[in-house]
Design a protein. Structure first.
Length: 306
């Protein structure tokens, strides 16, 4: 526990800031960034300046941030309530409910408030994408709860990351601007989902022994540590292969710039392999979050500069 964490007062602003896990917001921002960059580029090339709406883009980003914070609150509450978070045995970053920084009743109210706020922010997107955006928003909210309460225990977390941190945010952000989704956008969304899944992979790799005891059948628990290491490397390789679609569609920089990300990803993989177990893997968690942001920045810049 850091010195900053050790003096946290119950239900204080600092407690809520730690509960929100601001470092995880890169995972929410990157897919929307890529969706915006794709839509902006195609709008300039094929539709004209007046098609792109910055209002819709900002609403997508705010909705993504709020849903990520909501997911963090839900994860914090239910993992502690179900006994999956133990302050003594936990290897990952400290959690607010388990540490007593936030009381369970207060977290319940925060979950309700954040969910409602996300829905309020997302509702105006109906003006840009039609009534079907209500269905998209409802699905996001439902699976935000189901991830922690059910699917993470069944080893389906990686699939949900691919869908809700890749396909849905990238494609919907693009669709709200141009009312269509191309194959390039879909493949880019898959690449984005794979990159962000690396965060879950290293998290589950670190917690594999505790998860096994708690009955969480994550993909790492099912496949084993060696396969988990290969999965971490593989999501990066897969993202780079899928990124070839940028080159094929006349945006070579969006393919070549992310090699900066891939080099960093390989270095992090080697560090995970060397450390293998324990709290020291939290360093790799931080590096992975950094790598994800660099990937999003490289792809977005590659598209915009082209």
């Amino acid at each position: 526990m850091t010195m900053e964490e050790s003096i946290v007062k119950t239900n204080s602003p600092k407690a809520w800031l730690l509960a929100a896990r601001p470092k995880t917001l890169t995972g929410a921002a990157v897919p929307v960034m890529i969706g915006i960059a794709l839509a902006w580029t195609d709008a300039q090339d094929y539709y004209g300046d007046d098609v792109f709406s910055w209002t819709a883009a900002i609403l997508c980003l705010l909705f993504a941030f709020l849903m990520q914070i909501d997911a963090n609150f839900i994860n914090d509450f239910f993992d502690f309530a179900n006994g999956a978070d133990d302050a003594e045995t936990r290897l990952g970053p400290r959690r607010a409910c388990a540490q007593g920084w936030v009381k369970l009743d207060a977290m319940k109210r925060a979950i309700a408030a954040t969910t409602c706020l996300a829905c309020i922010v997302g509702l105006p997107l109906v003006l840009f994408g039609g009534l079907e955006m209500i269905i998209v928003g409802a699905v996001c909210v439902v699976f935000c709860f189901l991830y922690t309460t059910h699917f993470s225990y069944l080893g389906l977390g990686d699939l949900l990351v691919l869908v809700f941190f890749g396909i849905v945010p990238v494609c919907i952000t693009y669709y709200l601007q141009l009312h269509t989704v191309t194959w390039q956008v879909f493949l880019a969304s898959l690449a984005c989902g794979l990159v962000i899944d690396a965060l879950l992979v290293v998290n589950n790799f670190r917690d594999r022994d505790n998860d096994r005891e708690a009955g969480k059948r994550t993909l790492i628990v099912r496949l084993g540590a060696k396969a988990g290491l290969q999965l971490y490397l593989g999501v990066g390789v897969g993202a780079m292969i899928l990124g070839a679609t940028f080159w094929q569609n006349g945006h070579p920089l969006a393919f070549f710039l992310p090699f900066i990300y891939f080099i960093l990803h390989v270095f992090t993989y080697l560090k995970i392999k060397r450390i293998d177990k324990g709290k020291a893997l939290n360093l790799c968690l931080g590096e992975t979050a950094r790598n994800i942001f660099i990937y999003g920045l490289c792809v977005s810049l590659g598209l915009l500069l082209a």
